[in-house]
Design a protein around this ligand. Structure first.
Ligand code: ATP
Length: 307
């Protein structure tokens, strides 16, 4: 499989703020890669560097087989980009928005393309509605239609479903998978764990560094994390008591259960020992991606990742 993105040693500073630090990333064609990381970690900046919207301070490599530093116009023409905030025209109808975008890209067969996009995304019945009157989910669908109208080879999505309800998010992701099945490469930043799980692979960015990369399962395995699940009475209080125990990286209540994680299994067992009696029940379980990301986020205190 060939790489849609193969970039090494990417750096970017804004003033004295070093926002992207030595990021090297390879993404195969047709893959959906999720970018995760805390607010301000550098996800948006990395996306913008890769598609030529920002100029890197250093770094080399190719995006869509072109030099990502010097062939930015050609890369942009083959890239779709959806920003965090709805950036189309609220006082124009859905159809007018798409027609306008088609004109901006100088596309031929404009009418056919707009109709095809309306049909594909289930927007036909709403074509005369003003974009500003749409719900969050429909706005995102329209933004996706606009970002893919010129049939890009690379699609960059910056938190595309923030504030969108679960059903609309699911439909949005079904569409993303359809597009990837057709060969489109997708990079998507998100804070949602269910969306991370829907990506083919994931990159976790912390303080500008790409500190974990791989499929969800690979990231879980390489974390070296152990997790115990406990059930019993007053689980919220148990979670609270466990939080400060040595070796406990996270302890949270999930419904009637508590989830406790750390890299030192013996320390976890010592922490839960006072609760290892009837009616409590404890099992070792596989860590979730969320457990791993919380552990990774904790590394912000580590000097290696300090800004
Ligand atoms: N044009 C800019 N000028 C100065 N600082 C900037 C600029 N763009 C981003 N930053 C800073 O760079 C850092 C990384 O921002 P970025 O938007 O890439 O993070 P992010 O991981 O996408 O965050 P979020 O999840 O909140 O969207 C932040 O501290 C931000 O304030």
């Amino acid at each position: 499989m060939s790489a849609a993105i193969d970039v090494k040693g990417l750096n970017k500073s804004f003033g004295d703020k070093h926002v992207v630090r030595d990021v090297s990333i390879r993404v195969e064609e047709g893959r959906i890669t999720g970018f995760l990381g805390p607010n301000g970690a550098g996800k948006t900046t990395t996306l913008r560097l890769l598609c030529g919207l920002l100029t890197p301070d250093s770094g080399e490599g190719e995006v869509l087989g072109m030099d990502f530093r010097f062939q930015t116009d050609a890369i942009k023409r083959q890239t779709g980009y959806m920003t965090q905030r709805f950036s189309l025209w609220e006082d124009m109808t859905i159809e007018e928005n798409l027609t306008f975008v088609a004109r901006m890209y100088g596309l031929d067969d404009r009418r056919e393309r707009v109709i095809a996009a309306l049909e594909r995304l289930g927007l036909c019945d709403r074509r005369q509605q003003l974009a500003g009157a749409l719900s969050g989910g429909w706005k995102q669908r329209l933004a996706l239609a606009a970002a893919t109208l010129h049939e890009p080879r690379l699609l960059l999505l910056d938190e595309p479903t923030a504030g969108v309800d679960p059903k609309a998010r699911r439909e949005f992701w079904d569409e993303i998978h359809m597009l990837a099945d057709g060969g489109l490469t997708v990079l998507v930043s998100t804070h949602y764990m269910d969306e991370a799980e829907r990506c083919h692979d994931i990159g976790y960015i912390l303080a500008g560094r790409l500190i974990a990369r791989g499929t969800g399962q690979e990231i879980i395995v390489s974390s070296g994390l152990f997790t115990f699940n406990g059930e019993g009475p007053d689980i919220g209080k148990v979670a609270h008591d466990l939080q400060d125990k040595p070796g406990v990286l996270s302890a949270s209540a999930f419904g009637a259960a508590v989830h406790i994680s750390g890299t030192d299994k013996a320390a976890l067992e010592r922490a839960i020992a006072p609760f290892r009696h009837e009616p409590y029940m404890w099992n070792e379980v596989s860590p979730s991606l969320e457990d791993v990301f919380i552990q990774l986020m904790g590394q912000v205190a580590d000097d290696r990742y300090a800004a």
